[in-house]
Design a binder for this molecule. Structure first.
Ligand SMILES: Nc1ncnc2c1ncn2[C@@H]1O[C@H](COP(=O)(O)OP(=O)(O)OP(=O)(O)O)[C@@H](O)[C@H]1O
Ligand SMILES: [Mg+2]
Length: 393
């Protein structure tokens, strides 16, 4: 074992984990498509889940598998300018990276112009460039040996973005109708994906395969800890492992963060001990609150937050009827927000008429926040008791 080996854990947004926990079945099915080109229901896929649950890492894992299988990969996020980035930059770059044989096939399709060295030069100006024709040409140039994987991350429900995305989706759906071998994967929180489906031109997306990311199972969480540490050449003591698993609660970001802190506490030792796990405990909880939980909470509207605030009065689960009382609004109103929060993965129903936080530590975070506000005299820092005097005119 190396002395003071660098940590194999990967805390941080968009950092592909060394060991990818969970979602094995979905990954295998999608990877099989890369080899067989037998798409089944996998022409379009929607991946939803809370922040830090592993959506971007899943996309990265797919992209790597697709490239390995000889596919072309177009990956972007759903921000403004998507269409022109893909058409004016990503696709030309892909073409320049192609083998001469593939490029020769592309030349024959007559959409792009190449110089003598068959470097990509420009499009023919006779036809108005459309993503649809580009995609069909790329797919054809692969000559039945591969397809095009398109991943679009960070789908958000902003109006401008949605309109642009739905135009993009329309072009993809036309390319599919024209027989292009394409798999398109969109990732975002559930409410944003639902907003995308509600747009014009996204009919084909409504038939998408939906993959909802929740926390990892306990056995998978154990596996990620043990195998990740193993990659770095260390083992984890049994009691330390139990502690790390209950700390992380299957939440991928927390798994990486807790593993990383425990690793670094004494990276020269051959195993991670209970003492390391105990140190990781406090640091990880604090860090995850500032890096993950506060963002998860901040993503919500005021009313959604009020709903969660009302839930946080209870330690465990909350009676929906109590939320109605605490918020002082109608039952129907509370039902609407309850459904939204369940759909987007923040809370889940337990028993009859009860809800519970899906994300570990969100309740505790809100309780601490509310307590701090009360202590500071409310949201305005207590200043409502000291109005500024009128200045003499
Ligand atoms: N399947 C997994 N197994 C183990 N660790 C994972 C897994 N997926 C992601 N992680 C780790 O979790 C953290 C968050 O991952 P990622 O950035 O992919 O989440 P995300 O869902 O895209 O978050 P956001 O919604 O904020 O974009 C990273 O540290 C990553 O290494
Ligand atoms: Mg992400």
């Amino acid at each position: 074992m190396a002395e003071g080996a660098p940590s194999p854990f990967t805390p941080g947004y968009g950092r592909k984990p060394a060991i990818f926990g969970g979602h094995g079945e979905e990954l295998n099915e999608l990877k099989a498509v890369f080899d067989t080109l037998d798409f089944g229901e996998n022409h379009s896929v929607l991946v939803s889940g809370l922040r830090g649950v592993g959506k971007t890492s899943f996309l990265t894992t797919l992209q790597d598998a697709a490239r390995e299988a000889g596919w072309l990969v177009i990956s972007d996020d759903a921000s403004a300018g998507l269409m022109s980035r893909v058409m004016d930059s990503t696709i030309p770059t892909l073409i320049n990276e192609m083998t001469p044989a593939t490029r020769a096939r592309l030349t024959n399709l007559g959409i792009w112009e190449f110089s003598a060295e068959i470097e990509y030069i420009d499009r023919h100006r006779t036809v108005k460039p459309q993503l649809r024709t580009d995609l069909v040409a790329l797919s054809t140039a692969l000559g039945g040996t591969g397809g095009v994987l398109i991943t679009i991350d960070e789908v958000s429900s902003g109006k401008v973005r949605l309109r642009e995305l739905s135009k993009f989706a329309l072009q993809v759906s036309h390319a599919l109708e024209d027989g292009a071998q394409i798999m398109v994967v969109f990732a975002g929180v559930k409410v944003s994906l639902d907003a995308l489906l509600a747009e014009e031109h996204t009919t084909f997306l409504r038939r998408s395969r939906e993959i909802e990311f929740e926390r990892l199972s306990a056995p998978e969480t154990r596996r990620v800890f043990v195998e990740t540490a193993g990659l770095g050449g260390r083992s984890i003591d049994a009691d330390a492992l139990d502690k790390l698993v209950s700390l992380a609660q299957g939440y991928p970001y927390l798994v990486q963060l807790a593993g990383d802190y425990a690793w670094r506490n004494d990276s020269n030792a051959s195993s991670i001990t209970l003492a390391d796990a105990t140190v990781a405990h406090d640091r990880a909880i604090r860090a995850v609150e500032s890096r993950v939980i506060s963002r998860v909470y901040g993503d919500l509207s005021d009313v959604d937050q009020k709903f969660l605030d009302a839930m946080a009065e209870d330690d465990d689960r909350t009676k929906v009827a109590d939320i109605v009382k605490r918020m002082g609004v109608s039952d129907a109103y509370v039902q609407v927000y309850k459904k939204r929060l369940i759909d987007s993965g923040y809370v889940h129903p337990v028993g009859h008429g009860y809800v519970q936080f899906s994300l570990p530590y969100l309740g505790a975070y809100i309780r601490r926040r509310l307590a701090a506000e009360a202590h500071d005299g409310g949201e305005d820092g207590g200043w409502h008791a000291y109005p500024a005097p009128d200045l003499p005119s």
